[in-house]
Write a protein that binds this ligand. Structure first.
Ligand code: NAD
Ligand code: DAU
Length: 331
């Protein structure tokens, strides 16, 4: 297939492009606006015979139309993706995540192409820390932040285009990803790079919030399986059954990096901070045979720490600005 990959210079998208070009026969055209979160260095080393980068905005209807006309399928990763940013300035989230997804849908509709929409478990809201329940594909949307509300809205647009226009689209809702090439504003790479520059890791609130950590390569294998074999119109949840408190994650990072496990600071909590996410991903396992390959979080974390140690040129130019922004909000 010839794939258009939106947001392919971001964390998950760039890992997806490497996995597709190196592990399948599909060719890739990336469309990415190269916002602060897009990094052209994440796409270094890909062969020009299999891959092309177009710098542009998914909100640009004419550009999307031209790219989609010339492909077999679209994999839609592009988004404003960071909850903290959405609390400070929601506007770009509405523009890219809602208006941008609308333009993707319209281009796909005009040219009758296959679409996979990449979304998040956060659209379902959160669970109590001691709640045995998990999100299922039928759980009603109940988002908490401007980011997750914009993603829930984008999912609803996709579902409406499926029902009204018969679009051949699928949706995946995934848990928290970790791995190489993740922007250092995000939790795990922020703490790894803090230790590398001699700062103490920062935990929001009491550090008791729970996330279900999945390696980015496992997420992308799920996206590929759904793209190639998923049933039209269906929603698939992607998770790891790897729930950890934020405090446990910080302690693991500190121990792996040779520091005392309590060498972190508690800082101001995120407003509206979701307590816990957990997803039932049995549909993906039973229908498509997917299951995570990275079963050992500590091993995946160690490899991720090594990546940030070895790729300082990739993250160092942004470190001071990211920390100055957090300091301004006492985080
Ligand atoms: P990211 O912020 O690292 O990357 C987003 C990419 O989109 C960047 O390259 C950016 O330049 C590009 N982009 C932003 N606005 C654009 C626009 N208007 N036009 C074109 N390109 C634009 O995000 P990520 O963490 O890689 O997440 C990718 C997708 O996966 C998002 O849709 C996100 O909601 C979803 N998701 C993320 C996670 C996670 O843990 N990171 C988990 C589940 C789902
Ligand atoms: O669940 C999927 C979602 O996971 C994706 O949709 C989002 O795009 C992705 O950013 C992520 O959202 P979170 O808000 O869960 O991720 P973040 O890395 O921002 O934070 C993870 C947890 O760590 C969260 O409980 C907040 C906390 N945190 C975060 C930072 C940056 C801290 O305690 N300290 C920090 O410095």
């Amino acid at each position: 297939m010839r794939l258009v990959v939106t947001g392919g210079a971001g964390f998950i998208g760039s890992n997806f492009v490497h996995q597709v070009v190196e592990g399948t026969d599909h060719d890739v055209v990336v469309i990415d606006r190269l916002t602060y979160a897009g990094n052209i260095a994440s796409l270094a080393g890909l062969p020009a015979s299999r891959f092309r980068l177009v710098q542009g905005d998914i909100c640009d209807a004419a550009l999307m139309d031209a790219l989609v006309a010339d492909c077999d399928a679209v994999v839609h990763f592009a988004a404003e993706s960071h909850n903290d940013n959405s609390i400070g300035d929601p506007g770009p989230f509405i523009q890219t995540n809602l208006v941008g997804t609308f333009q993707v849908l319209e281009a796909v509709r005009r040219h009758s192409k296959r679409l996979h929409h990449v979304s998040t478990d956060e659209v379902y809201g959160d669970l109590a820390l001691d709640d045995p329940a998990k999100f299922t594909p039928d759980t009603p949307y109940n988002p908490s932040s401007p980011y997750s509300a914009s993603k829930a809205g984008s999912n609803m647009l996709v579902r409406a285009w499926v029902r009204t226009y018969g679009l051949n689209a699928t949706i995946s809702n995934c848990s928290n990803n970790y791995g190489p090439r993740q922007h250092i504003e995000k939790f795990i790479p922020r703490q790894i790079t803090n230790v590398l520059v001699g700062r103490r890791p920062k935990l929001y609130g009491s550090g008791a919030n729970v996330r279900d950590w999945l390696h980015v390569e496992d997420h992308n294998l799920a996206v590929l399986a759904i793209l190639e074999r998923g049933r039209p119109g269906q929603t698939y949840l992607v998770g790891a059954d790897g729930e950890l408190t934020n405090r446990q994650v910080v302690e693991a990072i500190l121990l792996e990096m040779g520091q005392p496990p309590d060498a972190y600071d508690l800082v101001r909590d995120r407003p509206g901070h979701d307590l816990r996410y957990a997803s039932d991903w049995s549909k993906l396992r039973e229908e498509l045979g997917w299951r995570p390959i990275y079963r050992d979080f500590r091993q995946g974390l160690r490899a991720t720490i090594d990546w940030y140690r070895s790729n300082e040129a990739w993250w160092r130019p942004q470190k001071a600005a990211v920390e100055a922004k957090y300091e301004a909000s006492a985080q």
